[in-house]
Design a protein around this ligand. Structure first.
Ligand SMILES: [Zn+2]
Ligand SMILES: [Zn+2]
Length: 176
């Protein structure tokens, strides 16, 4: 996955992994490939364990109550997951920037790409552009890529379900 300047693809990937954590190394690899990542090393149990340990740490960034707290938690993830930027042309995609060391396993690559991608997302769109779905029984994390930045639900399905529920509550109140 080449990092676009706004970090959208990595944020979408970690949101999806957090919503339904992978159960096997194979599933983890398949879902990363589906998200556009290249797999250049075998993916094993240690990768699965590493990403399952990383997901709650990324969710803590989502759940941070203030921008300062969010930045501090994300800076910790950047410290342990990313490296100084470097130019590379290892793939056919041409020259691009890596924010990680060479030779990492898939989980290491995902941690780097997601940490940097989340930092780009928050600094380009706004520090409040991560949240949890407002539908009580959902609560999934989402990245807000909308123009206005006022997303409250993880999906249209959850927004619609909550709208229907509020409509019924209002109706019941009006027609007791
Ligand atoms: Zn690359
Ligand atoms: Zn939801």
């Amino acid at each position: 996955m080449q990092q676009n300047p706004y970090g959208e693809d990595p944020v979408r990937l970690i949101v999806e992994l957090a919503a339904a954590p992978p159960r096997t190394p194979e599933e983890f690899a398949e879902r990363c490939v589906a998200a556009g990542m290249a797999i250049d090393r075998p993916v094993g149990e240690e990768d699965l364990a590493e990403i399952l340990e990383f997901i709650p740490r990324w969710l803590a960034v989502v759940d941070a109550g203030t921008s300062e707290r969010r930045a501090a938690l994300l800076n910790e993830l950047l410290t342990i997951s990313s490296a100084h930027p470097r130019l590379t042309d290892h793939a056919d995609g041409g020259w691009h920037i890596h924010y990680r060391a060479d030779g990492l396993g898939l989980a290491g690559v995902v941690r780097a790409v997601v940490s940097v991608g989340t930092a780009l997302h928050l600094t380009s769109r706004g520090m409040d552009r991560l949240g949890r779905c407002a539908l009580a029984e959902c609560g999934r994390a989402y990245g807000d890529f909308t123009r206005g930045g006022r997303q409250r639900y993880c999906s249209h399905a959850c927004a619609n379900r909550d709208a229907v529920r509020r409509f019924r509550v209002r109706q019941a109140a009006q027609n007791p």
